[in-house]
Design a protein. Structure first.
Length: 324
């Protein structure tokens, strides 16, 4: 087994790959490969595709312009990584012990849970992995500021009725915006109330819509109004202007798309955060329809399951602090 004291007799070589690396969420490699239209190689969750990067909603993190580093020793491997950039996140799928020895020679990267609301990290964070005992794949620049695209939060284990609020916290953190005090929010598919709880905690006025029962503690919160009806039967004109429309409703993506378009056409909503839930096979065509909506983005959040999160901020409205 190599050690930190093994000699470094050969000169390391760094070569561009001409590819882009995409890190899939746990259990969703097939969805990512289908979206990419194939792969040149797959290393556990890490999918390589030849050519420049493309939009990939099922990629939790994208490694831009990765290079291979051929090295002779642990010390040399760490030195070459440090020469490219200071902070690195290891994605280890094999040769774990050897990878950990290299990681121990690199500057430590803090991974403390985030206290929401907080800004996303801004320091560059590269990603690397071992392809074999003497070859590193590394990218100095990645799409996510979080290690493997996986933000962790200081959780509230007593207030919310479910852990669904973590999806909303993650979406707001990635957007760099969240409702502020007095913002008018429409929470569709609200029961049992995880998102409503998170919004009320930010000081927003929340209209919680669901035929199912809300958690009584959430329903009793100040600034929360509960409407026991279907989200799909709402007339935007009957609700009036809202600052944020948020949906975690269980439905087919086509139904959600029609609902979103009705609100976009009404021009009564500034900002959207909606979950596309896939019941059965992934509907890539539906996902592409959402991704094509001007000014929006579509991505798999760390706290998503077999689902994607679609967001859209009103450009003018987003200039206001906290968009609330």
């Amino acid at each position: 087994m190599a050690s930190c004291s093994e000699p470094s007799s050969a000169q390391a070589s760094i070569e561009p790959t001409g590819a882009t690396a995409y890190l899939a969420p746990e259990g969703l490699v097939r969805e990512l490969c289908e979206e990419l239209g194939g792969a040149s190689s797959v290393h556990a969750r890490l999918v390589l595709r030849d050519g420049p990067p493309i939009l990939a909603a099922w990629a939790q993190n994208i490694w831009f312009d990765p290079v291979t580093i051929r090295f002779a020793s642990i010390v040399q491997a760490a030195r070459e990584l440090r020469s490219l950039q200071r902070h690195w996140a290891l994605y280890s799928f094999a040769l774990h012990r050897r990878a950990m020895l290299i990681e121990a020679e690199l500057p430590r990267v803090s991974c403390r849970p985030i206290q929401f609301p907080s800004k996303a990290p801004t320091a560059p964070l590269g990603s690397w992995t071992l392809l074999d005992a003497h070859t590193i794949l590394a990218a100095c620049r990645c799409s996510s500021p979080f290690r493997h695209g996986e933000p962790e939060f200081v959780e509230d284990r007593t207030g919310p009725p479910s852990r669904a609020y973590l999806k909303l916290w993650e979406a707001f953190t990635r957007l760099g915006r969240h409702p502020g005090p007095g913002a008018r929010c429409l929470d569709l598919g609200a029961a049992p109330g995880g998102w409503t709880w998170a919004l009320a905690r930010l000081g927003a006025d929340v209209i919680a819509v669901d035929k199912a029962s809300m958690d009584p503690r959430v329903a009793a919160l100040p600034r929360v109004t509960v409407r026991s009806e279907s989200a799909f039967g709402l007339d935007p004109r009957g609700i009036g202007p809202v600052d944020w429309l948020l949906s975690d409703v269980v439905c087919y993506p086509d139904a959600l798309y029609r609902l979103v378009m009705r609100w976009l056409d009404s021009e009564l909503c500034h900002n959207f955060v909606c979950t596309l839930k896939f019941q059965g096979p992934t509907d890539h065509d539906a996902a592409r329809r959402f991704a094509s909506i001007a000014g929006s983005s579509l991505q798999h959040l760390h706290h998503n399951r077999h689902e994607l999160t679609w967001t859209r901020l009103d450009p003018a409205f987003a200039k206001a602090p906290n968009a609330g």
